[in-house]
Design a protein around this ligand. Structure first.
Ligand code: G4P
Length: 506
C-alpha cells in the first residue's frame, strides 16, 4: 500500500494553523528548532532571487506544499490560503488532498471559515481529523466542544484524548490509546517527551474523563474514511501537546492516495500510466521572466524526471525536465514521484488550472469546477491605450484562477467575476504591479453568470435573441449574464432545451 499521505489543514484564522504546521514539520525532522518556519524562511529567501520574489509578493511557494517523512511515511501537507474569504483557490487545493486536519480553538469552537471549509470537504467526502487547539489556555469544557462539533457539522465525534484541566489548572493531555499522560515541563510548560500514568485524579476530573471515554462513539475506520466520523485530539500546538498523536493518526488512519474521477471512470493510483491534474498555478514568480509554476497532483504511475506528459489543454506532449518537489528544507529537483505527490512544473503559460496531464492523453479528470461568480465588476482602464495589456493580464489571471473573465458579445466593457471580495483587491494590485495597468472596477449590471449548453440550434436561437446578455469566457464558451437569479430561472423555464450551469468543468 502507498506510504503517501496528502492532506491539508483547515481552520479559521488565528486558530493555530501556522503553529501546528511548524510543529508537524518539526516532528517530521524537516526543520530543527521551534519558531524556525518564519525565521528560517526569511533567511532562506535571501538565498536566491526566486526566494526574494516570494518575499516581495508576500506569498510563499515553498510553503504551499510541504513534504516531510516520518517512520517510512511521506506526508504531503498542502497549504490552504489563510484569509477569511472563501476563494476558488482554496477549493481547488482541497480537491488535491486525500484528507484534512480541522483545527479549532478550544475557547472559540467552530468559527465561520472552519465551517465553510468543512462543507467543501464534505462535498468531496474528505475525511477529517479534528485537533482542538490551545488547551493550555482557558477554554470550553470538553463536552461543549465535542457536542458543538457533532451538532454544527452533523458528524459523529470520537474523542481520542482529553486535557487534564485547562488554563491554570492544565496538567497534561491523556492519550486514550496508550493510557499515558503527556506532561508539561520547565518554565514554558511545554511537552518535551515526559509521559506517565494519570495517577489519582480529582473526582470531578476523573468523572469528566470517564464520560468522555464512554459517552461518544468508538473510532471506526470506515466511518472516518467515509467522512461520517471524526476522531478528536485535544492539544496545544504552541506547547507541543497532541502533535505526536496527530502525526501517528494520519499515518495510521488517513487514506493513502484515492482514486480520482475522470468522467465515468475512476483512475486508481496503481495504474501504470502517469496521470495527474493541475490544481493551482502561480504566475509571475519572476517579473522579468514571466514564468509560472503549475502544481500537479499526481494521481497514478511513477513519474521520472524528463518524462513526456501531454497536458489536455495543449494536446501535444511536453518534456518535464525540471520538476520541483517541495521538501520543507529546500526546493529539490524531483527525480521520481508517486501517486499522491505534488510536482511543481515551471512553464510559460501552457499549463492551466484544471488541465489533466497524462502519458497517453486519453483521460480527463473531472471535478475541478469553475464556480459561478458571486460578484461581477466592469473593468475600466484609466489609460485607454492599454487595452492590449489589460486583455493579456485578464487572460493570464483567469488562467491562474484568480478571477473569471467575460467578454460581452456586444460592446467592449470587459467583466470580471469573483467568488469573494478579496479576489477583487488582489486583481487590482496585481494588474498594477505585474502588468503596469491601472484600472478601476465599477458596478456591472449583472449579478451572476451561467454557462450555457445545449444543441446547436437551441444555442443559436437563444444567442440571436439575447445577444446583449451574452458573453464569452476565456475559452470562448458562451455564458449567460444574468441580472438576478430570478432571471436565470425565467430563462431556464423558457428554454428547456438549454442548460444554465452554475459551474463549468474543464
Ligand atoms: P493561524 O495560522 O491559524 O492564523 O494561527 P497561528 O498559528 O498564527 O496562531 C495564532 C495565535 O495563537 C498566535 O499568537 C499563536 O502563538 C497562538 N497559538 C497557537 N497555538 C496555540 C496554543 O496551543 N496555545 C496558545 N496559548 N496559543 C497558541 P499571536 O500572539 O497572535 O502570534 P505570535 O505573535 O505568537 O506569532
Amino acid at each position: 500500500m502507498s506510504n503517501r499521505r496528502t492532506f491539508a489543514i483547515i481552520s479559521h484564522p488565528d486558530a493555530g494553523k501556522t503553529t501546528l504546521t511548524e510543529k508537524l514539520l518539526l516532528q517530521g525532522g524537516a526543520i530543527h528548532l521551534a519558531g524556525e518556519v518564519k525565521a528560517r524562511g526569511a533567511a532562506r529567501r535571501a538565498r536566491s532571487d526566486w526566494m526574494k520574489i516570494e518575499q516581495q509578493r508576500g506569498i510563499s511557494v515553498t510553503s504551499s506544499v510541504m513534504t516531510f517523512e516520518k517512520d517510512g511515511i511521506t506526508f504531503n501537507l498542502l497549504d490552504t490560503p489563510g484569509h477569511e474569504d472563501f476563494s476558488e483557490d482554496t477549493y481547488r487545493t482541497l480537491t488535491a488532498v486525500d484528507s484534512a486536519i480541522m483545527v479549532i480553538d478550544a475557547a472559540k469552537g467552530i468559527e465561520p471559515q472552519t465551517r465553510k471549509l468543512f462543507e467543501v470537504c464534505r462535498l468531496r467526502s474528505v475525511p477529517i481529523i479534528t485537533f482542538v487547539n490551545k488547551v493550555d489556555r482557558e477554554g470550553r469544557s470538553i463536552f461543549e466542544t465535542l457536542d458543538e462539533v457533532a451538532d454544527a457539522l452533523a458528524l459523529d465525534v470520537s474523542p481520542q484524548s482529553a486535557p487534564l484541566g485547562m488554563g491554570g489548572l492544565f496538567t497534561g493531555v491523556l492519550d486514550f490509546a496508550s493510557g499515558t499522560v503527556a506532561r508539561p515541563e520547565g518554565e514554558s510548560r511545554e511537552y518535551r517527551g515526559k509521559r506517565d500514568a494519570p495517577g489519582d485524579l480529582p473526582e470531578d476530573l476523573a468523572e469528566e474523563i470517564e464520560l468522555t471515554r464512554i459517552g461518544y462513539p468508538e473510532f471506526d475506520l470506515e466511518a472516518y474514511r467515509n467522512g461520517d466520523l471524526t476522531p478528536v485530539f485535544f492539544g496545544s500546538a504552541l506547547k507541543n501537546f497532541g502533535v505526536e498523536e496527530l502525526i501517528a493518526a494520519i499515518a495510521r488512519w488517513a487514506p493513502p492516495p484515492r482514486p480520482q474521477p475522470a468522467g465515468e471512470d475512476q483512475i486508481t493510483p496503481d495504474r501504470d500510466e502517469v496521470t495527474g491534474f493541475i490544481f493551482k498555478v502561480q504566475a509571475n514568480m519572476d517579473p522579468n521572466h514571466r514564468d509560472r509554476i503549475a502544481f500537479m497532483r499526481q494521481v497514478s504511475g511513477t513519474f521520472k524526471r524528463g518524462m513526456k506528459l501531454t497536458p489536455s489543454g495543449l494536446g501535444k506532449p511536453i518534456a518535464i525536465h525540471s520538476p520541483i518537489l517541495f521538501m520543507a528544507q529546500d526546493r529539490e529537483l524531483a527525480d521520481t514521484a508517486q501517486a499522491g505527490d505534488i510536482i511543481g512544473i515551471p512553464n510559460h503559460g501552457t499549463l492551466r488550472v484544471g488541465d489533466t496531464l497524462s502519458e497517453k492523453n486519453q483521460i480527463r479528470f473531472t471535478g475541478l469546477p469553475n464556480f459561478a461568480p458571486e460578484i461581477l465588476r466592469r473593468v475600466v482602464l484609466r489609460d485607454p491605450t492599454k487595452t492590449k495589456q489589460l486583455r493579456k493580464a485578464l487572460d493570464d489571471l483567469s488562467e491562474e484562477g484568480v478571477i473569471q473573465v467575460f467578454y460581452p458579445e456586444i460592446g467592449g466593457q470587459w467583466i470580471v467575476g469573483v467568488v469573494g471580495q478579496l479576489q477583487l483587491d488582489v486583481l487590482v494590485s496585481r494588474l498594477e504591479a505585474e502588468y503596469k495597468v491601472e484600472a478601476v472596477l465599477e458596478a456591472s449590471p449583472f449579478a451572476t453568470a451561467r454557462w450555457l449548453a445545449g444543441d446547436a440550434k437551441a444555442m443559436d436561437e437563444f444567442e440571436s435573441f439575447n445577444r446583449a446578455n451574452l458573453a464569452r469566457d476565456r475559452d470562448g464558451d458562451l455564458v449567460f449574464m444574468a441580472k438576478s437569479v430570478w432571471d436565470v430561472n425565467y430563462q431556464q423555464e423558457r428554454n428547456p432545451d438549454l442548460t444554465f450551469s452554475a459551474t463549468k468543468e474543464r
